[in-house]
Design a protein around this ligand. Structure first.
Ligand code: FAD
Length: 520
């Protein structure tokens, strides 16, 4: 009988764990190597060194888990999520009154879900642990990969040789000089799911001409927590079910060049994030006593929901972290290596798509593998197809995520943005045959390729702008043309139509050309 394919997965975050489940389902011999300890163990330092991180889980991530072939997995994960039907925009009138305005995400009632990343990850790991063809190795750090020889080197952090052998490695010491704790493992296929600072990607670069670009944006983030209602006296008007404000919204306090958001958790707290420029952070770090005033000036009402006494402490205690955006190409090497998730496309978090896109990578990769014979040539074809599709899509969502920062902190209060959203939703709801849908709903509630979303939305925008301008300009220019015609000495009884038609077509052509130019 043929040996099962040996699939080595580096990184046991959400993407690596889901990739391992897909691989296991195919009967492969799966080994997962994770740098940190088991996150289900209390003593493990969580990712990014924050207590927890709440994420928006949407259709792409859900679909990837639905298609994993593990029937109860999705239900278990969804049972621990909270539906968020829209954004709640918090602001203040000029008279000082606090206001809340709900903006539904979707005219058809679809919603995103708040999920605790660590809990989601833990469910995936529990499922993996129940499978006999999967081995999980924590405290194992990949230190080198030779894609031609199909060998990887792994450092066992804090484990003795014997402990590791008992773990079932069937691996030998690497024998590389000065690396007594290192083992050497073989693979048929290695999947780098090791996050933004991926080691697999770094080693892949030595074997393939990889284009690579990383940017830190000038925005830092810091996490805060809003306690449950029973520990607070101050509640917002939409507070219910023991939460200090509505549990079914993603809350936004928009600011000119900064924002504060809050996402509900099942323990009735909110995990909140301050996004602000590095200058703001530097000012507050130099004078933390100013934190409360800064919040009161920029995010009215938020301090009372967090607790006036604790906001400064939280700012001082929680880390202030950067936001990185990474684009690279290709995402694979030959028949034996691919990168997925943040390793391939770390992005800023403003579209809530980083993890969703990473989970979608897994679905697409395995669909391409399933479409080919299980041979080296078949895998080369599959990985090439994965790469061709996902590089474009990763670049597209990366750009959309950057652009969405504007929408979240400024667009949500811009009349033009709201007008366009309303028209698109109206057309989507009342005239579905037009195919109109907002960009947000295409990204969050569909599995349409990100690169297609960008194209379709650009076309939609052109059509809408033409329609909106036409609706205003055609009657306006008609009236002007008529007046010009009348006051230039024409007899009222003569027909104005040939003249009007000439002026109107000229006007429409002029406007269309300007719009085309603006959107090119
Ligand atoms: P990671 O979660 O980074 O996991 C990588 C794993 O690899 C880690 O466990 C790490 O320890 C391990 N590793 C690293 N190096 C090695 C090595 N050398 N050897 C072995 N193991 C290694 N996404 C959303 O979809 N929705 C959201 O609402 C959202 N909000 C976000 C908010 C913030 C503030 C931030 C920062 C991110 C947000 N994201 C969101 C993005 C999301 O967190 C990431 O996209 C997601 O965690 C990526 O998963 P991953 O498995 O690819 O990588």
């Amino acid at each position: 009988m043929d040996q099962p394919l040996k699939c080595v997965i580096i990184g046991a975050g959400p993407v690596g764990a889901l990739a391992a489940l897909y691989a296991a389902r195919r009967g492969w011999d799966v080994q997962v190597y994770e740098l940190r300890g088991d996150l289900r163990d209390e003593s493990t330092t969580p990712l990014n060194f924050t207590k927890s991180i709440n994420l928006a889980l949407s259709e792409r991530g859900i679909n990837a888990m639905r298609q994993s072939g593990h029937p109860t997995l999705l239900d278990t994960i969804l049972a621990d999520t909270i539906p968020m039907h829209g954004r709640m925009i918090h602001s203040q009138t000029s008279a000082g009154e606090l206001t809340e305005a709900s903006q539904q995400y979707d005219v058809h009632g679809r919603f995103i879900r708040a999920v605790d990343r660590a809990k989601l990850n833990a469910v995936l790991l529990d499922e993996l642990e129940s499978l006999s063809n999967v081995k999980l190795f924590f405290h194992h750090k990949v230190t080198g990969v030779d894609f031609n020889k199909r060998l990887a080197w792994i450092e066992q952090k804090g484990l003795s040789r014997r402990q590791s052998d008992d773990n079932g490695h069937a691996a030998k010491p690497s024998g590389r000089p000065g690396r007594p704790d290192e083992i050497e493992i073989e693979f048929d296929l290695i999947l780098g799911c090791d996050g933004a600072h991926s080691s697999v990607r770094f080693h892949m670069m030595k074997f393939v001409r990889m284009d690579y670009a990383q940017n830190y944006i000038d925005t830092l983030w810091c996490e805060f927590t809003m306690p449950p209602a029973d520990t607070r006296t101050s509640l917002s008007p939409s507070a219910k079910d023991g939460f200090v404000t509505s549990p079914n919204h993603l809350h936004i306090w928009p600011g000119k060049d900064k924002m504060f958001i809050a996402i509900p958790s099942t323990d009735k707290t909110f995990t909140c994030t301050l996004f602000a420029g590095s200058k703001d952070f530097a000012t507050l770090e130099a004078d933390p006593a100013g934190v409360e005033l800064f919040f009161n000036m920029n995010f009215p009402g938020a301090v009372d929901l967090i607790g006036p006494g604790t906001i400064q402490k939280q700012f001082e205690q929680n880390p202030h972290l950067p936001l990185i955006s990474i684009k690279c190409s290709p995402h694979h090497y030959g028949s034996c290596g691919a990168i997925l998730g943040d390793a391939a496309h770390a992005m800023v978090p403003f579209y809530g798509q980083g993890m969703n896109a990473g989970l979608e990578d897994v679905r697409v990769l395995f669909e391409r593998l399933d479409a080919q014979p299980s041979t080296i040539q078949g895998r080369t074809t599959a990985l090439t197809a994965y790469n061709a599709e996902r590089v474009d899509d990763a670049h597209s969502i990366n750009d959309l995520a950057l652009a969405n920062y504007w929408e979240m902190h400024a667009g949500v209060t811009s009349p033009l943005y709201l007008l366009r959203k309303n028209i698109e939703e109206f057309l989507s709801d009342k005239l579905p045959s037009t195919g109109f849908a907002t960009q947000y709903s295409r990204v969050s509630f569909s599995n349409q390729r990100y690169s297609e979303v960008v194209k379709v939305v650009a076309q939609q925008k052109r059509t809408l702008m033409q329609g909106m301008l036409g609706a205003v300009l055609i009657p306006l220019s008609g009236s002007i043309a008529y007046l010009v015609w009348r006051f230039s000495g024409h007899d009222r009884r003569a027909s104005p139509f040939p003249h009007l038609v000439r002026i109107l077509t000229g006007g429409v052509r002029f406007v269309t050309e300007r719009i085309e130019k603006a959107f090119r």
